[in-house]
Design a protein around this ligand. Structure first.
Ligand code: S3P
Length: 431
């Protein structure tokens, strides 16, 4: 992809149906658990985004056979006990989920490995996982700055812990649980605010016994996983960009098919509803332990809302594009309790505010969120992606409502989670 992409449509309207690519979080976990398990796992609907490809490459370096059969990904593993010591560093690329979950998995394996990441990931905090893993007896060391990639992980015998999560993060929860799978004893993780639960659901799909009581999850160490077939639903975090587009572009009406509807991820639908958006959910069903269905979104008059508290982990990745939506809503939208945005692929509070202000938006930043005043007509301009896929896509969606074109610098990062984003955008836009 070129170094700049321009979004410029003459009075666009979004109409039609769209099946967005597979869920990123579920795709990672399917490859991870398929590789920990002994035997064969077939994954349908896998997301071919760069982050998930980084996960696949890591396991290939550990001696797991991962191939394609048509559009399926097939994982054939000798099981975690029989992985090979990699001869090269395991590269997590831009993917925080790969890095953090793999730190948990590798800590209890029998191999020694070095893990690295790209320039952005190397600045993201790993202490949130190395701390609890250290309590379990993990041997993770650094030659550079402690608790940042690159890190060396020497597989060790782990002990179960009871962990109270200091931060609402599915990556931390998952790292501890996946380490707990190899540990001696019963590991428990207690959340203050519930985060996405794909790891727990998928562990069960692979035959593990996972117990839950209130906000605590219990996992007995030493359980063997068995390869299985997984169907990955569409990623609601990817659909979110076009949901917002449909909600704010006059005359729009878009149906998203086979999109994931896991309750820990559907915060965006709650917020759209509270802003006055017409939503229809059709054909809801379950598969591979996850809910999915069709979601129809129509353009609506928008009103401001407040987004905070328990909602935040249920829509954390959707906040950049929801901030854009808020610029078109009547009143002041307040986003709070979202300080985690500051440690994403980039500081998403500063990035969103800086870029949308270039188009004329009125946004005040706070330590843990933003206050957005609307409705404000937006002009065109050149926006930066900061190498962050979700900032790049937010900029592209902004281009649907601006008076002049939006140019996006460094758009190639969008392939991290949505390789055919611009093709899907063009397919929905009717004049
Ligand atoms: C993810 C969890 C979230 C989310 C990320 C994917 C996961 O991060 O932002 O895109 O797959 O577990 P945190 O766990 O750090 O909140």
């Amino acid at each position: 992809m070129s170094q700049q992409k321009t979004v410029s449509f003459e009075r666009p309207v979004l109409r039609g149906t769209l099946q967005v690519p597979g869920d990123k979080s579920i795709s990672h976990r399917a490859v991870m658990l398929g590789s920990i398990a002994k035997g064969k796992t077939t994954i349908a609907g896998f997301l071919d985004g760069e982050d998930c490809l980084s996960t696949i490459e890591m396991f290939r370096k550990l001696g797991v056979k991962i191939t394609r059969e048509g559009t399926d990904v097939v994982v054939e593993s000798p099981g975690i006990a029989n992985w090979q010591t990699p001869t090269e560093a395991l590269d997590a690329g831009n993917s925080g989920t790969t890095a953090r979950l793999m730190l948990g998995i590798l800590s209890g394996s029998s191999v020694t490995s070095e893990m690295c990441g790209d320039q952005y990931l190397s600045k993201r905090p790993m202490k949130r996982v190395t701390d609890p893993l250290g309590l379990m007896g993990a041997n993770i060391t650094s030659e550079g700055q402690a608790d940042y990639l690159p890190l060396t992980i020497k597989g060790a015998t782990l002990q179960a812990i009871d962990y109270d999560m200091p931060v609402a993060s599915a990556q931390v929860k998952s790292a501890v649980l996946l380490a707990g799978l190899q540990a001696q004893g019963v590991t428990s993780v207690t959340e203050q605010v519930v985060s996405r639960d794909h790891t727990e659901r998928m562990l069960m799909q692979f035959g593990a016994n996972v117990k839950q009581s209130g906000k605590t999850i219990y996992l007995q160490g030493g359980q063997q996983l068995t390869g299985t077939d997984v169907v990955v639903p569409g990623d609601i975090s990817s659909a979110a960009f076009f949901m917002v587009a449909a909600a704010m572009v006059e005359g729009s009406n878009v149906t998203f098919e086979k999109v994931g509807l896991n309750q820990t991820r559907t915060g965006i639908l709650d917020v759209l509803e509270s802003m006055g958006v017409h939503i229809n959910i059709l054909d809801e069903q379950g598969l591979s332990g996850e809910r999915y269905g069709s979601v129809q979104i129509k353009h609506s008059e928008l009103r401001a809302t407040e987004i905070g508290g328990d909602l935040i982990p249920r829509l954390i990745d959707e906040l950049p594009v929801l901030a854009l939506l808020a610029t078109q809503a009547e009143g002041q939208t307040v986003i709070k309790d979202a300080e985690e945005l500051r440690v994403k692929e980039t500081d998403r509070i500063e990035a969103v505010a800086t870029e949308l202000r270039k188009l004329g938006a009125i946004i005040e930043t706070t330590e843990d969120g933003m206050i957005i005043t609307g409705p404000i007509p937006l002009t065109g301009g050149t926006l930066q992606s900061y190498g962050d896929h979700r900032i790049g896509m937010m900029a592209a969606i902004a281009g649907l409502i601006t008076s002049d074109p939006v140019h996006i610098d460094n758009p190639s990062c969008i392939a991290i989670s949505y390789p055919h984003f611009f093709e899907d955008l063009s397919s929905l836009v009717k004049h």
